[in-house]
Design a binder for this molecule. Structure first.
Ligand code: GSH
Length: 206
């Protein structure tokens, strides 16, 4: 098989598995797990010296960093559909992807860990609340964008939506109140209900 995706679905590899499913790609899923130390073996470090997942090997081309992987896969296999045709829209797909990573991911993860993942005696409720407060600003930006168009680049669902929605897929388990952001909440629900997103979530249960 030409494309290999490394990383269990209950990690950031979820994003790449969702992308592969949107694109209808044939791929081999190598379930490297962060919880067992597999991300730090010499074999995995040879693929990604950061010791992280996801990683892809596309017919010998190795790439890490989830957003870069998704932009690459969308451009290679979804040009004109999931990947925008216009230069300006391509740039806006990068904008939203970088924005998700720099403005949204850390506070959502903090709330997730301190409300749901860590053992109860290790959770920091104040840190989770502060993270949720910090999220209000970027979520307001998202709300503004989605008040103008159904999806981030316009009418159609693209890689920009997938990348940002995959980061915000943690908002629910992190108990982020989306009520003040109704357009963003509706968009997130629509993204999550796509058949490819459902199929990728199914992999988290296997
Ligand atoms: N910025 C990276 C972060 C990757 C990352 O931290 N992945 C976690 C799993 S969600 C991981 O591999 N952790 C295991 C480890 O660091 O050993 C990306 O988006 O790909």
């Amino acid at each position: 098989m030409a494309l290999k995706i490394y990383g269990v679905a209950r990690s950031r590899a979820f994003r790449t598995l969702w992308m592969a499913k949107e694109l209808g790609l044939d791929y081999e899923h190598i379930k490297v797990d962060f919880a067992t130390g597999e991300t730090r073996t010499p074999a995995h470090l040879a693929l990604n010296p950061n010791g992280h997942i996801p990683v892809i090997d596309d017919d010998g081309f190795v790439l890490w960093e989830s957003m870069a992987i998704n932009l690459y896969l969308a451009k290679k296999y979804g040009a004109g559909s999931l990947y925008p045709a216009r230069l300006e829209d391509e740039a806006r797909a990068w904008q939203w992807s970088f924005w998700g990573m720099t403005e949204v991911e850390r506070p959502v993860l903090t709330a997730l860990f301190d409300r749901a993942i860590l053992p109860e005696n290790k959770r920091d409720a104040a840190a989770a609340d502060a993270a949720e407060k910090q999220l209000a600003q970027p979520l307001g930006v998202l709300e503004g964008a989605l008040s103008r168009t159904a999806n981030l680049l316009g009418g159609d669902f693209t890689v920009a939506d997938l990348n940002v929605a995959s980061i915000l897929s943690w908002a629910r388990p992190a108990q982020i109140d989306m009520a003040p952001f109704p357009k963003a909440a509706e968009w997130l629900k629509n993204c999550a209900e796509r058949p490819a997103a459902r199929a990728a979530r199914q992999l988290q249960r296997e």
